[in-house]
Design a protein around this ligand. Structure first.
Ligand code: KG4
Ligand code: ZN
Length: 346
């Protein structure tokens, strides 16, 4: 079954064609990152205007790349939220019009479930449940137990900043640009992870929630203390603080993940998903911990870096598995509105 999927929740205009939830026939992403780098973050009105300009060309390119026509497409999937409302409107309205004109089922997809399904893309073998999932993005950060397709139990979430947001803010403090994750990661390679002792904030003993605002403040205080004695931040200082911050953030994520695993020994797989799952040190640390503990658990993270950050292929995959569970829900649906709720629902 071929699904055409659309994603416009933030600053990527994306369209993909996915077959049977796993095979990616096209994955077109128009990134607005250069536009938003000028303002150091996404300005919603600017993002919406770019979506308007790029939505149809991106859809046409996806059809071309997949060598598919509208007759080959069996359903349309679209991100309904959460995200920027002005951005979501472009995707949901485009998908609704296509579903109506072409008379195809419409599948509204919750964005975070999209990130979760990024680990099914290009995966040939059966994924084994139950799965412990760490979703780490710019806008959200959760620990989730998934016992079957589209059955999610939230074990923990961020009480303040998400991990990706912390990377973005630290990059801004260090004057490194936007988006912060990839830049901090690159700087960190040249720095000393042990140069600064930053707080590993684990909250209450049993808690599976996250908090990154204290870590961000600690980075800010180090930068202020340095600037009190120097006219600007040296490259060595930027690299050492990037490396120490990355190590601390990754340690918090890793330790929470394994704290959760203690409660659910039946877990067969661990999945990392979302923009921060692109982080090399995070992948390495989780791999290391699994090895040290002698766990026979499969670790997955998205097969391509373009599946970690926002893309439409993951929306196509999530939509497919939702459709398969209950096609009647979508057969007559031709209109969907943005939904700002953060609730992770099918
Ligand atoms: O999943 P995503 O594209 O958007 C949301 O749904 O929020 O995640 C974007 C986030 C940004 O905060 C970015 O800084 C972070 O993912 N990111 C990374 C890396 N690549 C992207 N963070 C750490 N290391 C990376 N290599
Ligand atoms: Zn996302």
């Amino acid at each position: 079954m071929k699904i055409l999927a659309i994603e416009t929740s933030c600053d990527e205009t994306a369209c993909a064609i996915v077959e049977d939830g796993t095979k990616v026939l096209a994955n077109v992403i128009y990134s607005q990152v250069k536009t938003h780098a000028a303002t150091g973050g996404v300005v919603p009105e600017v993002a919406a205007r770019e979506h308007v300009m790029k939505m149809l060309p991106v859809i046409n390119q996806a059809l071309d790349e997949a060598k598919s026509s509208w007759e080959d497409i069996e359903a349309i999937a679209v991100t309904k939220g959460p995200g920027l409302i002005s951005s979501l409107i472009i995707g949901t309205q485009t998908a609704s019009v296509i579903a109506y004109i072409k008379n195809k089922p419409l599948i509204p997809v919750q964005h975070i479930t999209g990130h979760i399904y990024s680990n099914w893309l290009e995966t040939e073998e059966e994924v084994q449940f139950p799965i412990l999932i760490l979703t780490v993005s710019g806008g959200h950060n959760e620990l989730i137990l998934m016992r079957d397709h589209h059955e999610f139990e939230i074990l923990g979430e961020t009480r303040d900043d998400a991990a990706g947001e912390a990377f973005d803010k630290v990059a801004r403090i260090l004057g490194l640009g936007y988006p912060g994750g990839p830049i901090i990661s690159k700087m960190a390679e040249k720095g000393n992870r042990a140069a600064f002792k930053l707080p590993v904030i684990m909250l209450e003993k049993e808690s599976l929630d996250f908090s990154f605002s204290g870590l961000k403040t600690a980075v800010l205080n180090e930068a202020k203390a340095y600037l009190a004695e120097h006219s600007n931040l040296s490259e060595k200082f930027q690299a050492d603080l990037s490396a120490s911050f990355e190590e601390t953030a990754v340690t918090i994520l890793n330790d929470k993940l394994f704290r959760a695993l203690e409660n659910y020994p039946e877990v067969k797989e661990i999945h990392l998903a979302g923009g921060v799952s692109a982080n090399r040190r995070l992948r390495e640390k989780v791999e290391e911990t699994l090895r040290q503990r002698g766990e026979k658990i499969t670790l997955r993270y998205p097969k391509s870096l373009s599946y970690c950050t926002d893309n439409a292929a993951m929306i196509g995959s999530s939509g497919y598995f939702m459709y398969k569970k209950n096609p009647e829900r979508f057969l007559e649906l031709r209109n969907v509105y943005p939904d700002a709720s953060m609730e992770i629902s099918a």
